[in-house]
Design a protein. Structure first.
Length: 606
């Protein structure tokens, strides 16, 4: 509700300075501005009808939202506990609710959209306003585009709740003005290391839509498997794990349509020239260097890959560019999205010991380096991609920052930064590149689960006396290169634009949480993704600081994300629990500090 301070006292809860903020209906991500009145709740009619002139996307989205509202009859757990105790809906003024609102109820949703035709692309306006007041029995929504209206619906889903007697109600008056801080708010799934089924991918899309994230970055294939059916090269799926572990063109189109209907863009990725073996080798073995080699951690001079299965496209084989063009062209046509991710990460120089063309390239000019070789890829591959399809290209930052790297990369390529946190963000934006932030030390959701390669004695303290030496980072990290596990607080507290100039900040398009799938399949993908991804959702939507005080609002966020986890589960998304349910039912009882402003000393004004 909006007015539960008195109820909190009756329940015997610790009345902390912002307990009312924790208990009231508290949508995630937090809106830019939300104002609750004091008139008490208004009931919601048996069927809220939609009035909108913007066609099927809006009407279908409202149909789904209303079905969710009327079926779930959602109520936050702290409020639910109060209902159970008092056998009535807890409100500060229950008598006024009964007397003033019994004959009044919301009956209509009025949606006014300025531009019904704006496409779902990078930078589309997603702002909206939502108002429920005493002057009209309507929910009034305005937005610049249909995509803002869809966000308004997901907010409404969280603030219309059960009245405890089989009906629905919403606190009013309420006024919300809302928009995202960043146009790119994404999560990545990886169907190359382990296959993830269509129902589970749709489940992730549902979670993205509910948390107002708008990008699913789909890392479709990797060296271990090629699950994508290709018309131009049908043999590529010989590199799939099985005939069942594949995606047809119709599967892909269906996912794109499903996501678009929910305001989510799908950005496909085919990683090149690294991470390329299965599938490519079935087209022409000559275009893949070091395929079938031992990845060689026994003799590091022969090391060919960071993980099995080794394989990289041969940069100096002209046939490579013919195949790349055909693969890229076919897949680009399946996605309406204007951005296509072409990888570019983690090239291993040892792999090219298996390429005769590369060895001759160095033999003919002793001054050449692997940086020169990577530049050949940039100079030949980028025009190849652009001739195949009109797409904005996106790459991992390795192409410019790693060893080896290209000397120059076109400034109109979006770079996804995942290494060295603020240092690389500073470096890339200072050089004028638009970036998406995926810093592994804050945003990688697959980290902290231990090493996954077998026959690995390095962090066995019983046999390795150096295992506990910090330099080795095996024992403490459990073999996980990017440990520790990224808690929702670590994600939410990341100030990724710290110390950037105003000009540099304009190059930060947004953020993305990757979930690599070496230890992920259908059984765990949702529990590893949710609700932690929702912490990033709010971070990129409205930020982690109170707009008035500049203090980190992690304390306030706690109840919001605990409630949102329950809401995800209620919607069929198998999100992991974050705390004992006691903490959810007793807001702030599990805080580390009684002082609710404890985080102020850790806040830094930007």
């Amino acid at each position: 509700m909006g007015h539960l301070r008195a109820t909190a006292v009756v329940l015997g809860l610790s009345v902390l300075t912002n307990v009312v903020d924790a208990v009231k209906v508290n949508p995630l991500p937090a809106p830019q501005s939300i104002t609750w009145g004091s008139s008490g709740p208004i009931s919601v009619g048996a069927n809220l009808t939609l009035n909108s002139q913007c066609g099927e996307i809006v009407t279908d989205a409202w149909s789904r939202s209303w079905n969710t509202i009327s079926t779930l009859k959602w109520v936050p757990a702290a409020v639910e506990a109060s209902i159970a105790k008092f056998e009535a809906f807890p409100t500060e003024t229950p008598l006024s609710y009964k007397s003033k609102r019994a004959n009044s109820s919301l009956t209509q949703v009025e949606v006014n959209i300025a531009n019904c035709d704006a496409d779902l692309q990078q930078g589309v306006d997603e702002s909206y306003t939502l108002a429920i007041g005493q002057s009209s029995p309507s929910v009034n929504i305005t937005s610049k585009t249909v995509w803002g209206a869809l966000h308004a619906f997901t907010t409404l889903q969280q603030i219309i709740i059960s009245n405890g007697n089989g009906g629905l109600m919403v606190e009013q008056p309420v006024s919300i003005t809302d928009h995202p801080n960043y146009p790119y708010r994404g999560a990545m799934i990886d169907t190359g290391r382990n296959f993830i089924s269509l129902p589970k991918i749709r489940e992730q899309i549902d979670g993205l839509a509910l948390s107002k994230m708008n990008v699913l970055h789909w890392h479709m294939a990797d060296a271990q498997s090629w699950p994508v059916q290709m018309q131009v090269y049908p043999k590529m799926t010989e590199g799939a794990y099985s005939p069942q572990d594949t995606f047809s063109h119709n599967d892909i189109r269906g996912l794109v349509s499903y996501a678009r209907a929910r305001g989510v863009r799908i950005i496909p990725e085919i990683d090149m020239p690294g991470h390329a073996s299965q599938g490519w080798s079935s087209v022409d073995p000559s275009i893949v260097a070091c395929a079938g080699s031992w990845w060689s951690n026994d003799d590091y001079a022969l090391h060919t890959a960071l993980e099995p299965n080794p394989g990289q496209l041969d940069i100096l084989n002209n046939k490579t560019y013919e195949v790349v063009k055909n693969v890229f062209g076919e897949l680009a046509g399946l996605f309406g999205e204007s951005i296509f991710h072409i990888g570019g990460d983690e090239l291993q120089t040892g792999c090219y010991n298996f390429s005769t063309a590369v060895q001759q390239y160095f033999a003919h000019n002793k001054s050449r380096t692997y940086n020169d070789l990577v530049q050949v890829w940039v100079d030949k591959a980028i025009p190849t991609f652009r001739s195949a399809a009109n797409k904005t290209l996106m790459m991992w930052e390795d192409i410019l920052n790693a060893t080896p790297h290209a000397h120059t990369v076109p400034k109109n390529i979006i770079l996804q930064t995942w290494n060295n946190g603020l240092e690389n963000i500073q470096n890339l934006t200072a050089r004028g590149y638009d970036i998406v932030v995926s810093s592994s030390d804050f945003f990688y959701l697959d980290c902290g689960y231990g090493g996954w390669v077998s026959n690995d004695p390095r962090y066995n303290e019983m046999v390795n006396p150096n295992a506990s030496v910090p330099t080795f980072n095996y024992l403490g990290n459990g073999g996980s290169w990017c440990a520790p596990y990224k808690t929702w607080q670590r994600i939410y507290d990341y100030d990724f634009t710290l110390n950037l100039t105003a000009q540099q900040k304009t190059h930060v398009l947004g953020t993305e949480v990757p979930l690599w799938s070496e230890q992920v399949d259908d059984t765990v993908v949702s529990t590893k993704m949710w609700p932690r991804a929702a912490a990033m959702a709010e971070l990129a939507w409205s930020g982690n600081k109170d707009p008035k005080t500049g203090i980190k609002r992690t304390t306030e966020m706690t109840q919001r994300i605990l409630n949102f986890r329950e809401y995800l589960v209620a919607n069929g998304i198998q999100a992991a629990p974050l705390m004992p349910k006691y903490c959810l039912q007793h807001p702030h009882a599990c805080d580390l500090y009684y002082n609710q402003t404890a985080l102020s000393e850790y806040s830094t004004a930007q």
